[in-house]
Design a binder for this molecule. Structure first.
Ligand SMILES: Nc1ncnc2c1ncn2[C@@H]1O[C@H](COP(=O)(O)OP(=O)(O)OP(=O)(O)O)[C@@H](O)[C@H]1O
Length: 363
């Protein structure tokens, strides 16, 4: 996917911005607080219907405005089709999502249209972030490559919510476990999908992890299904019933799945330097972009925020080259233009300069 046109209204300090991005590299430069990250945040908001910087949607609406809007013309390479995608958020909380001139049926419809990855200083990395971040990484991949995922997740979530409600309300064992069949059926399917995804991702990660510059030992990623090893999910559910009743929620299941990332057979978070952790993080995201490309033909949009603060020159250059080779559409922010020196001349590129929320296309 790629954005051909982008219009942003009242998003943080961006009052009204219209851009025609390049197909591959879009570099956004400007002083501190000019609006560079806000641009990436607006694109991310359009693609995911959530900010990567805050959980409070009202804080992203421009001060004094009653609503924000982000609209894009999106090209899908797999079908060579173009459509309009839009998101509008009112300060009152109302959210409207539009695809092709119609209300979207769900957030998933938009997310499916716009696969997006972000590598940014403020976004928790896979290693140092909590299990939520690693689940999100895992689910992102399964969502985009496995069409049954969303439907299975909806069934599972419904059973989980009902069971948790029965637990909270202190209902009888019979009423609590009435949901177990559904929970097990869809839970096991989810565990299988998530585990299969990680297995199929690993070969794609290897080339990015194996470059000499990284200098870390062999990396392993172990999928943890969200229940104790050596036990089936049904056994874990039965054994934790008393715990679940006491705490008012279901302890075990794929909603608690996690990934254990190891280097040289030891927890990577404990032995890798901060710089190495950042490389590992970007290598795994690159692997997802590549895997998506090969398994579905979809191109990803990648947002790199203040990348030179994240990675040194050599790694920035190699990351840019890898991403450009995968034909992603890149939006990169930086205080200066030096990143362009790492980019081959024939790459379709545009340089934008931003000042107080106003963008100017320089090349
Ligand atoms: N809701 C809002 N309405 C208007 N302005 C806002 C809002 N939220 C944040 N801002 C301001 O928007 C400006 C742009 O912030 P942004 O994070 O995009 O800057 P940046 O160019 O990425 O800066 P840096 O290089 O320092 O990371 C800041 O001055 C910030 O205070």
């Amino acid at each position: 996917m790629s954005l051909q046109k982008l219009v942003i209204d009242n998003f943080r300090n961006l009052e009204h911005v219209r851009l025609e991005p390049a197909l591959h590299l879009n570099l956004v430069t400007g002083a501190n607080a000019s609006g560079k990250t806000s641009l990436l945040e607006a694109i991310h908001y359009l693609a995911m219907a959530r900010s990567f910087r805050t959980n409070k949607p009202s804080s992203i609406i421009r001060y004094g405005a009653t609503s924000l809007q982000v609209v894009a013309t999106v090209h899908r390479e797999t079908t060579d089709t173009t459509t309009h995608i839009g998101i509008e958020r009112q300060r009152s909380g109302d959210l409207t999502l539009r695809v092709g001139g119609q209300d979207a049926r769900s957030r998933a419809e938009i997310i499916e249209w716009l696969p997006i990855q972000i590598i940014a200083a403020g976004v928790p990395a896979l290693l140092e972030g909590g299990p939520n971040e690693r689940r999100r990484f895992n689910d992102w991949g399964v969502f985009h490559v496995e069409h049954r995922f969303m439907e299975t997740w909806r069934h599972y979530r419904k059973a989980l919510q009902q069971r948790n409600r029965a637990l909270r309300e202190g209902l009888s064992e019979q009423l609590i476990t009435a949901w177990d069949d559904e929970l097990l059926r869809y839970g096991k399917q989810l565990i299988q999908m998530k585990s299969d995804y990680i297995q199929s991702l690993l070969p794609f990660a290897e080339p990015y992890l194996a470059t000499e510059a990284h200098d870390f030992g062999p990396i392993e990623i172990e999928f943890r299904p969200g229940h104790p090893r050596g036990q089936e999910l049904e056994e874990a559910l039965t054994q934790s019933l008393n715990w679940d009743r006491e705490h008012g929620y279901t302890h075990y299941g794929p909603h608690r799945s996690d990934l254990v990332i190891k280097s040289d057979s030891k927890p990577a978070v404990e032995i890798l330097s901060r710089g190495q952790q950042k490389h590992l993080n970007s290598a795994l995201k690159l692997a997802q972009v590549h895997h998506l490309r090969v398994t579905t033909g979809k191109h990803c949009i990648v947002l790199l925020d203040d990348i030179t603060a994240e990675l040194d020159q050599a790694h920035t250059a190699s990351l840019l080259q890898d991403l450009l080779q995968l034909q992603t559409q890149l939006f990169v922010t930086s205080l200066d233009e030096s990143i362009m020196d790492h980019v081959p001349r024939d790459v379709d590129r545009r340089l934008f300069h931003v000042e107080h929320g106003r963008f100017e296309a320089v090349i």
